[in-house]
Design a protein around this ligand. Structure first.
Ligand SMILES: [Zn+2]
Length: 320
């Protein structure tokens, strides 16, 4: 019998089916994959209790990357689970130990909404963090979990392959798959949030994840889906289109509000076109599901344009 995966709805931003955490059991041991924010931690502990497990049984708390809808609750969840080790990409591990830069960055993006969205950010003691190498296997009881580094969405991103459940926990490296948008067949859009969007790495990570050959995938956004080639095709197409927005905005010399506005318009158009291709033409509810992601993706693209210019200026001896 395949190993089971419990999908926990974290009710991120008070919405259903937006951000998941996953609960896995191997022998007597339990692991969380993703924590969502500090505000979700009581909910995760309640799910643990309902599964008949104690906080002491939690062996691992794994985060795919440090963005706060994935790892914001790592500190308090680790405090609640005294025997747990935090598993993370080496670059994410340093941020978990000292989250000050992540918090400052997120406060810049989210402004006054930060506290209501994320609650408190708590550091994880260094001695309780295990940085996972690329291809490294950890055992949850008798259940292997294999880490693969997958840059593109974030430099510090990894996915976990769970052969016993024939699935992979993809974080944000294999896009956003909202249940409400699967009505006309598989539908995915990439996430290009600030500050690391790297199209070439993103394409490679999609291929790497698809290449694991699992039957299922569990993206953080949201739940279990069948792994089908159509998803990788959609991701490649939209990642390329997002990359083209960066190139065009850069070439057009856009800056300031004009740059930000052009990126929002471009991503909104890309999402609208994708929705139309998949049977959601003129569906306002479907479009609204992606509105927040369109804004975040646009911010990531505008950031990529500015970063590219900064690097160019630096290379030519005139740092902006
Ligand atoms: Zn996310």
């Amino acid at each position: 019998m395949p190993a089971d995966v419990l999908t926990l709805d974290t009710h991120y931003a008070h919405r259903d089916d937006l951000a998941a955490a996953y609960l896995l059991t191997g022998g007597d041991e339990v692991a969380f994959v993703e924590t969502n924010t500090a505000l979700a931690v009581p909910r995760l502990l309640e799910a643990l209790r309902r599964a008949g497990k104690r906080p002491e049984d939690v062996r691992y708390i794994a985060i795919t990357h440090i963005h706060l809808d994935h790892a914001g609750g790592a500190g308090p969840l680790m405090q609640a689970c005294p025997n747990a080790t935090l598993l993370a990409h080496p670059l994410a591990a340093t941020h978990a130990i000292d989250p000050s830069r992540i918090e400052a960055g997120a406060r810049q993006v989210y402004g006054e909404a930060f506290d209501a969205l994320y609650g408190e950010i708590v550091p994880v003691p260094e001695g309780r963090v295990h940085a996972l190498g690329d291809g490294e296997t950890v055992m949850l009881g008798d259940r292997p979990l294999v880490a693969w580094h997958t840059a593109g969405h974030a430099k510090h991103h990894l996915v976990l392959h769970d052969p016993d459940a024939d699935t992979v926990y993809t974080g944000d490296s294999f896009g956003l798959l909202y249940p409400s948008l699967q009505a006309h067949g598989p539908f995915v859009v990439p996430s290009t949030t600030p500050t690391d969007f790297d199209p070439e790495a993103a394409h490679a990570s999609v291929d790497r994840i698809a290449g694991l050959g699992t039957r299922w995938l569990h993206p953080t956004h949201f739940g279990r889906h069948a792994m089908v080639p159509a998803l990788a095709d959609q991701l490649h197409r939209l990642i390329a289109a997002h990359a083209a927005v960066v190139d065009q905005a850069d070439a057009a010399g856009l800056d300031g509000d004009a740059l930000d506005g052009a990126c929002v318009d471009a991503v909104t158009r890309l999402f609208d076109e994708a929705l139309s291709r998949h049977g959601f033409a003129g569906d306002a509810e479907a479009a609204s599901q992606l509105r927040f992601d369109a804004e975040l993706n646009a911010q990531g693209l505008a950031f990529a344009v500015r970063k590219r210019r900064f690097k160019r200026a630096k290379a030519s001896g005139h740092p902006g």
